[in-house]
Design a binder for this molecule. Sequence first.
Ligand code: PA5
Length: 410
Amino acid sequence: MDMIRLDLEKARISADSGIVTKALEIREELKQDKEAYTGWVNWPFTMPAEWMPEMDRVAADIRSKCGKLIVIGIGGSYLGSAAIIEALGGSKPGCPELLFAGNNMSGYYHADFKRIIEENDVCLCVVSKSGGTMESRLAFSILKDWMYEKYGKEETAKRIVAVTDPKKGVLREECDREGYVTFEIPGNIGGRYSAFTPGIMFPLAVAGVDLKAFVKGAADICSDEAFWKDGLRYAASRFALLEAGKKIEVFEYYDPSLRLIGEWCKQLFGESEGKEGKGLFPASLTFSTDLHSMGQYLQQGPQIFFETILNVVKRDRDVKVPESAGPELAGRSLNDINAMAVKGVMAAHEKADIPMIRIDMEEMNEYALGQLLYFLMMTSAVTGKLMGIDPFNQPGVEDYKQEIRNLLGQ
Ligand code: PA5
């Protein structure tokens, strides 16, 4: 099966061989899994064998009970499942739709879930490693109350699946007390590196996503030593571009179904790297939509950024342009025209001296997504280490959480 490909031809600034060698050494160290929060590195191989069949078994039960699964979580405890299901075009036929709650504290947003619960058969999957995150705690208690009104307490408990730390936290205590079905996010894997744990995979199992292919994608790229010799040049180039004064990495994609993959990138890279006054600011743009707004800034604004294009080469759905579009366009495939846009925009941006890196995925499917997410996780960890920061903590996020707790008198 195809591996993702990295094209650095238009990166303009190339990392010297010393940085590339350092990047390769960092990956070797990460593979030792001796440091805190590096459990994800070998996880495609070390995940307990019984977890997948157990997720499948519980997912089948949840599928039989509901048409909508409400997934509660924020940051690394939700973006992976939301991004993957969006990139795959939604749940598989006959499987429950995934809805996402607890990723903000808007009463306006959450008010809608009352009606959703009243009008549909629903189940809840609450994902919180710490169990104490304000947004997910609030959403869980609100939605659970509405489910009590509809189903009663006993039946509601049968419709809840919780994914949390194996030992710690208030959610873990509640699971033990109420008897919810639970899965673990291993202690040595942090939220944004948890894409291959049940926190992200269980909701996807309910939605009918092929998780074996997803994990195989990660396992294949993880163990492909030849790939990393080239692949780590992405991490090295990001570091070199930062050192050369670039401040922003703009992730770009030519299909709105990748919008949440862009958000996932922002979370992974922003929370991993933005420390001690260092780090690239991750941004994301949907093309061609944003060419009609931010395209102007990219072409002629201050050159403080570089672009990383997430390019899907073949799509399994397309539209043929009708005669009425005129002789130049009639009969052509819309996807082919979109592919021309990738080339055309790159040519225009080359003229503006914008550094560009392209990541090609031959197709969009579970296997490709497994590769992509693992590749980006490794890239983020290695670049963070090249910068000399700890890519696995988030002290700044903890600060904001504490300030809100103070204001609420907790
Ligand atoms: O990457 C991270 O560690 C964070 O984004 C967390 O995933 C996020 O804050 C949610 O935390 P929790 O799973 O503890 O509710």
